[in-house]
Write a protein that binds this ligand. Structure first.
Ligand code: NAP
Ligand code: MG
Length: 502
């Protein structure tokens, strides 16, 4: 069980090998610029601990340059006709689609995730997001109003905001970046992207692809470096109209505070501790399979991870057994090996943090039903652990309350609908939830009662660029994707016209 298989290694394509061999600079105003203070950093392969590539470590001076260039980019871009912007974004999408293999390989190497997931999820979703939002520039509209004073005509227009900043995490680097780039640019804004220091490569590659696609200089800029320096400077900068952030709740609070400088718009996609509820009449086989992937996909490093599994007491043993067997059969290994289903955690520090939750939980009385061990042998150099399932977890313990962001599932038993809704809604997070039942009334009642930005019924983890996504409570502010994303990257201007009636 959980052994790494020595399946075939996927060959790195020549373009990726060449890209990795470069020392990456900052992408500002359509050109690659060395950071003014000359700093560099290395990004590691979490499956091996070895250095993958070297990139620039920007500081505040580079942020100033990027904001100036993005302001010039905004002037050009926002004045293009909607049809021209649309054509340019479709051209960008065509290049991204053409280079999916390279993007997926870079993401798999940098983040550790299985190549198949990088290809089928990251690049597929990022491409579909770009296509969806590429269609928006010609569909942005205002409204007219029948005001009560007869001598007036009033209407609204949706205008772009200006220079936007996007600050993104390492777990779905490409999707999280595109989820911000695509609507921001479709609305006519320019953007500065600050990817995670742990996975900067696909953001840099996207910058290169945007230039190949003929994107005007300064419309998309990429700054790599420390969040506490570059991210913080972007968040407080008065030349930036909006900051779009995905990451931890803790940093989200910092960003809100910094945004107060010029009352900039901010949208936050933050953490979660999502409940996955299985009622006794559900299709137990499908529900167990879904519950297993809901937590272990991407090695549990998923904002919507279904980390609290609530099982009705009458099916608890059966479903738990299925989930445990499923977890034991997952193949752990290097993301660039063909059979891998579970890659490493992002860093050694993160692995230590996740393991400490398991160890502390067990010390406080929880039972480790399976997994929760560091992997040795040929995986010892990477940040690997076996997927863990814990039972006898107290509702108020850190295991049950805090976002662990790793392959750690807590299973609970419940007896009634009202009890499980109360327990599922316990805590400050409110990102996602799942309800599995064959009872239509129960499905609707539970979906309504659960405090979450998204509820999945008899399924999990489905996304579409057209469907809004975001959290409630400390899980976030605003809704990305769909029409609501276009609202978040524009603001309304109301125009009153006095009309004489002689
Ligand atoms: P993180 O530590 O909050 O970092 C996210 C980004 O913020 C990184 O680019 C980071 O830079 C930057 N940053 C750090 N400190 C900053 C500051 N003071 N000001 C501005 N930016 C700063 O999160 P993470 O560890 O990368 O990602 C995991 C978290 O993301 C989890 O909590 C997860 O739930 C959440 N997440 C949420 C969603 C969602 O849609 N709701 C999706 C994915 C992930 P560095 O790289 O230098 O640290
Ligand atoms: Mg890396």
């Amino acid at each position: 069980m959980n052994e790494s298989r020595s399946d075939a290694r996927i060959d790195v394509v020549p373009r990726v090998a060449e890209f990795l061999s470069r020392t990456h600079r900052l992408f500002i105003g359509g050109e690659w610029r060395a950071p003014l203070a000359g700093g560099t950093a290395e990004t590691l392969n979490p499956a091996t601990g070895s250095t993958l590539s070297t990139y620039s470590w920007a500081d505040e001076l580079d942020v100033e340059q990027a904001v100036d260039s993005a302001a010039i980019g905004f002037e050009t871009w926002s004045k293009l006709t909607p049809a021209r912007r649309e054509a340019q974004l479709h051209a960008f999408a065509a290049v991204v689609e053409d280079r999916k293999v390279e993007l997926a390989q870079l993401e798999s190497l940098d983040n550790g995730k299985p190549y198949a997931n990088a290809f089928n999820v990251e690049t597929a979703v990022a491409s579909s997001q770009l296509r969806y939002f590429a269609g928006w520039p010609t569909k942005i509209t205002g409204q007219t109003f029948d005001v009560s004073a007869t001598d007036f005509h009033a209407y609204t227009r949706r205008r772009p905001l200006g220079v936007c900043a996007a600050i993104t995490p390492w777990n779905y680097s490409l999707v999280m970046a595109m989820q911000k780039i695509a609507p921001a640019l479709a609305a006519g804004n320019s953007l500065i992207l600050k990817p995670s220091e742990l996975t900067p490569l696909t953001a840099l590659y996207l910058a290169e692809l945007s230039a190949e696609a003929g994107m005007p200089p300064g419309v998309l800029n990429v700054l790599t470096g420390d969040g506490g320096v570059v991210g913080a400077a972007l968040s407080r900068h008065r030349g930036i109209a909006k900051v779009a952030f995905t990451g931890s709740t803790e940093v989200g609070r910092e960003i809100l505070r910094a945004s107060a400088s010029n009352i900039k718009y901010s949208s936050l996609e933050l953490g979660g501790k999502s409940p996955f509820i299985i009622f006794p009449d559900a299709d137990l086989e499908a529900a167990s399979e879904s519950a297993m992937w809901a937590i272990f996909a991407n090695s549990g490093q998923n904002c919507v991870a279904g980390s609290r599994l609530f099982l009705h007491s009458s099916v608890y043993d059966e479903v738990l057994e299925r989930v445990i067997v499923g977890a034991r059969n997952l193949v752990i290994g290097n993301g660039m090996s063909t059979g891998t289903q579970l890659g490493p955690l992002i860093s050694r520090a993160h692995l230590d943090r996740v393991m400490s939750y398991v160890d502390q939980g067990v010390a406080e009385g929880a039972t480790l039903a399976t997994g929760g061990e560091r992997c040795g042998g040929d995986l010892a150099d990477g940040n690997f652990m076996t997927p863990a399932v814990l039972t006898d977890v107290k509702d108020d313990s850190p295991l049950a309350r805090e976002e662990i962001f790793g392959p750690v599932l807590c299973a609970f038993s419940f007896d009634s609908e009202s009890e499980v809704i109360d327990r599922a809604n316990h805590g400050d997070f409110g990102l996602a939830a799942a309800v599995w039942t064959d009872d239509l009334n129960q499905a609707h009642r539970a979906s309504e009662a659960l405090r979450a930005g998204v509820v999945w019924v008899n399924t999990y983890d489905w996304f579409d660029p057209a469907v809004p996504f975001g959290g409630t409570g400390v899980s976030g502010l605003g809704r990305e994707l769909g029409p609501s994303a276009m609202d978040m990257y524009t603001e309304l201007k109301s125009v009153w016209v006095h009309v004489d009636h002689p």
